[in-house]
Write a protein that binds this ligand. Structure first.
Ligand code: XIL
Length: 406
């Protein structure tokens, strides 16, 4: 039954877009098919292969006023992504295929998901970190590969959702902390083994971006997180407990550059990125990595609330990041609220700002398909509500016109 529904939906897509689910499809085809009453304007070249450099600035960017698909609406500007869980594929496959052309596994590529303690202890010789993908991870990777949806990988170096044994002798919970030298080897093997497994088991999967480091900094800026175990004291980092300096960041990007597929852009990703002191921390590290040729972009998580930040505060941070000359991606957008109209305006503001700066922004990901499955579901932070109902926020975003773009 599910298969039949899926094939009907695919048939409709074939009818409307000629090349369904093909990420390299021409934006011209997509946009033309969706515009009903709008005058046709010159189109940009295809941005769907995620090479933001291919945007032809001599052409005028065009935004279809009438579209019922997020990814089609913004296809001239950036990839439109969502995070998904494995169970989301069972319940939301058609919906995901309709609206999104980028996927981030919500948890399934995080260190605690793919680092394998037993195998590392048995076969790791204290340095060769063993990586295993379980069925949930595999389900998402296969879904992306089968449907030709490019993946945002998330993440390697993170203080959270990372087991303490990874930092201890013999990969054992009862081991002493390892030296930076041992940890370098473990980090290199973690990244190497992950990319090798991805390439071996999903040869047709396109990985277009990866969050190499996530949430390095104190919540409101002021440098790296304090040393400690996040599993024991929330917010602390085992990385800064092992390393006295920023070499784990430099090394992580060095290894990622060495083993990631060439088209995969490497990101420094963080939240509260619009808090000025934190904007500076992220920017300074990004510039250091840029000078070394190791980074491609800055990820703005963008977990927002209608009360804070306002759009001009957000814009200040975005402009600072864009001034780095690096790509910028909005990686985890959600906006908590108690007033749906305010939320709708906030979403519209962010999408409008992003579309207006799309020469520097190659993708915009919302953190979840609909409120029911959001990690912040207590405050309904997404574009769709229960049963994928179209919220005011979705309608506002879909109403953005060329004339709204600054
Ligand atoms: C969240 C997931 O959405 C939850 O399911 C999980 O329980 C905790 O992590 N910043 C990040 C994401 O980089 O990985 C987090 O995702 C949200 C905050």
């Amino acid at each position: 039954m599910k298969k039949r529904i899926l094939s009907c939906v695919m048939a409709v897509f074939v009818y409307f877009s000629l090349m369904p689910f093909t990420v390299t499809e021409s934006t011209e085809n997509k946009t033309d098919n969706k515009i009903s009453s709008q005058t046709k304007k010159p189109q940009v070249t295809d941005t769907q292969n995620n090479d933001s450099s291919v945007i032809d600035s001599s052409s005028e960017l065009n935004i279809p006023e009438f579209s019922d698909s997020l990814k089609d609406k913004f296809s001239s500007f950036f990839k439109t992504g969502t995070c998904i869980s494995a169970s989301g594929i069972d319940t939301s496959a058609e919906f995901i295929l309709k609206h999104f052309n980028s996927i981030t596994p919500e948890n399934e590529l995080k260190p605690d998901y793919i680092l394998n303690q037993q195998a590392s202890e048995l076969y790791g010789n204290n340095v060769n970190t063993q990586v295993v993908f379980n069925n949930n991870t595999r389900k998402i990777l296969k879904f992306c590969e089968d449907n030709n949806i490019p993946l945002r990988g998330h993440t390697f170096v993170w203080h959270s959702q990372t087991p303490d044994w990874f930092f201890k002798e013999n990969f054992r919970y009862d081991g002493a902390d390892v030296t930076p030298d041992i940890m370098n080897q473990r980090l290199e093997n973690f990244i190497k083994n992950t990319f090798e497994l991805l390439a071996k088991d999903y040869p047709n999967l396109k990985i277009y971006a990866y969050d190499v480091c996530n949430e390095l900094y104190e919540n409101n800026g002021g440098g790296f997180r304090k040393p400690g175990s996040n599993n024991l004291e929330m917010g602390k980092s085992y990385w800064t407990k092992i390393y006295p300096d920023d070499s784990f960041v430099i090394n992580a990007f060095t290894y990622a550059r060495k083993y990631a597929p060439p088209e995969c852009k490497l990101f420094l990703n963080d939240f509260n990125e619009y808090v000025p002191a934190k904007t500076k921390d992220i920017y300074d590290m990004a510039m250091k990595l840029k000078d070394l040729g190791l980074i491609d972009g800055i990820g703005m998580q963008s977990h927002l609330d209608t009360g804070y930040p306002d759009i001009s505060t957000y814009k200040t941070a975005l402009e600072k990041f864009m001034s780095s000359g690096l790509d910028v991606q909005i990686t985890e957008l959600d906006i908590t609220c108690s007033d749906f109209s305010l939320q709708a305006k906030a979403f519209k503001d962010i999408f409008t700002l992003a579309a207006g700066n799309s020469e520097n922004i190659s993708s915009l990901t919302v953190w979840g398909t609909h409120d029911t499955v959001s990690w912040r579901n207590y405050a309904n932070p997404l574009l769709f509500g229960e049963n994928y109902s179209e919220k005011e926020a979705y309608k506002e975003v879909m109403s953005i016109k060329n004339t709204d773009l600054k």
